[in-house]
Ligand binder design. Structure first.
Ligand code: URA
Length: 478
């Protein structure tokens, strides 16, 4: 039999051009052999076919139409590692022309079934790449912008399909994703692709340590299901994940962790019986009433004079605060400081604190290594005794709750911020007057200029009202 063989080295576009030509020339699937570009077995096969001549004339002109579903399928399967993929696609293309345009709807057809399985395998592989890529910082050369890389072992050459997700998500940093089948490079504007890298480059420890710290603190032994984990995350992906190095250690210590967790579920901090703020601050340094102590750098206690008439409560320390050890010293702190100034309040005259005293975070994308997470109800519950003790020590005339967490903790119930903002609450035990406003971080995150302005106005006017309340003797009703 006379077989035309062609080696596809440039992917789907090359296959499409060749296949169109062969179909228009009337070459049946058993007269054509497509070879994939990469495998040695195929090189041998090519050698065994050396008596056959490759078809090599000007491409046949003419129109060939295919159902859109075929194009979609073919563009996906083009990224499957099987050397059979091009022959399969050609056979389906031929049958679409000669047998039925509805062929792809025939799920029990052997060719359709095989193609569908390949398509599913590719979708699964893309999902795994999205889930398991972990970027590391490339050690910087003098004057170079920072950049990141990740290596992940893939079974199929899917990097071109998987990479656009990372360009959308981490578009503000330069990065490379390396796989054995090909690599993707993002320079901040353009996505390009190149050769694969067979083995992982040596790992930088710092980012790994961050992930490990996070996993240690967030690992829930009650939820561990090794079988499900293996099914979801095949072993080949495990070795690229820093956290898997500590999974054995975590499993070994699971019984202890489980009982500690159960114990902590309902735990509350137990501050010493004192109204001395320095003493309380010192005692809070070793608080382990909730799991957050494990991943935070330090306890961030409130600050300000014990004689303050005004107390301002936020949610929890952010990344900066966690490192510096003081409340509201990061980006949210800048918004807060400006609003205080506008309201005519000297920051040093107020007592400023948070509802939860440890930073809760999870690892983030490159350049934003620790992402803020909202504290849970049990974490607020566990931490509240510290806030209660601060309030007892200060006995403020006015408290301003910035954001929902602070309002929830003081009201003792879920609060809809919009319902409470702007009111003066006089029925709560903590202080004669309690005001609620938006949190400075919410202002930073506002989606529209309009909502940003609304929240900022509320923050500034609430703080100004708090100052007036502190200065006035009269209990002002809303
Ligand atoms: N957000 C808070 O709620 N508190 C801080 O201290 C910083 C950011």
């Amino acid at each position: 039999m006379f077989v035309h063989e062609v080696r596809i080295t440039a992917g789907f576009d090359e296959f499409r051009d060749r296949a169109r030509d062969y179909i228009l020339r009337g070459l049946a699937p058993d007269q054509v052999r497509f070879l994939a570009g990469e495998s040695e077995q195929e090189m041998d096969l090519l050698a065994s076919l050396r008596n056959e001549t490759a078809f090599d004339g000007p491409a046949k002109q003419g129109k060939l139409t295919v159902p859109p579903a075929y194009l979609k399928l073919a563009k996906t399967i083009a990224h499957h590692a099987s050397p059979r993929r091009w022959d399969l696609l050609y056979r389906i293309l031929w049958r679409l022309q000669k047998e039925s345009r509805q062929l792809l709807e025939l799920a029990i057809d052997d060719d359709v079934r095989e193609a569908t399985l390949m398509q599913k395998a590719i979708h699964r592989e893309i999902h795994k790449v999205h889930a398991f890529v972990r970027f590391e910082k490339v050690p910087n050369q003098e004057g170079e912008d920072e950049s990141y890389f990740a290596w992940i072992e893939t079974e199929h050459p899917v990097i071109e399909l998987a990479a656009p997700f990372f360009a959308r998500r981490f578009g503000d940093r330069r990065w490379s994703i390396l796989t054995p089948h090909g690599s993707a490079f993002w320079d901040g504007e353009n996505l390009t692709f190149g050769e694969g890298v067979a083995t992982p480059p040596p790992r930088a420890e710092s980012l790994d340590d961050l992930w490990k710290a996070y996993y240690r603190s967030s690992f829930n032994p009650a939820r561990i299901k090794m079988k499900a984990m293996r099914a979801e995350m095949p072993l080949k992906y495990w070795k690229a994940l820093p956290e898997t190095e500590i999974i054995n250690e975590l499993i070994r210590t699971a019984p202890d962790r489980l009982s500690q967790m159960a114990e902590r579920q309902n735990r509350r901090a137990e501050p010493p019986e004192t109204k001395d703020l320095e003493h309380l601050k010192f005692a809070a340094r070793s608080c382990q009433a909730c799991p957050l102590f494990d991943s935070a750098t330090q306890t961030v206690f409130g600050e300000g004079p014990a004689t303050s008439r005004l107390m301002i409560i936020g949610e929890q320390p952010g990344d900066h605060e966690d490192q510096v050890g003081r409340p509201f010293v990061g980006p949210a702190g800048e918004v807060f400081d400006r609003a205080m100034k506008k309201a005519g309040i000297a920051r040093s005259s107020a007592y400023i604190t948070n509802s939860v005293k440890h930073f809760k975070w999870k690892p983030g994308p490159p350049g934003k290594l620790r992402l803020h997470q909202k504290p849970s109800g049990s974490e607020m519950h566990a931490c509240r005794p510290w806030l209660e003790r601060e309030i007892e020590a200060i006995r403020p005339d006015v408290i301003v709750c910035m954001g929902q967490t602070a309002a929830t903790v003081l009201f003792g119930r879920a609060v809809r911020l919009a319902d409470e903002v702007g009111k003066i609450h006089t029925h709560l035990p903590w202080a004669p007057r309690i005001l609620v406003t938006y949190h400075p971080s919410a202002i930073l995150r506002a989606m529209t200029e309009e909502s940003k302005q609304t929240m900022l106005n509320s923050l500034e006017t609430t703080l100004a009202l708090a100052r007036e309340c502190v200065e006035s003797e009269v209990l002002t009703e809303p």
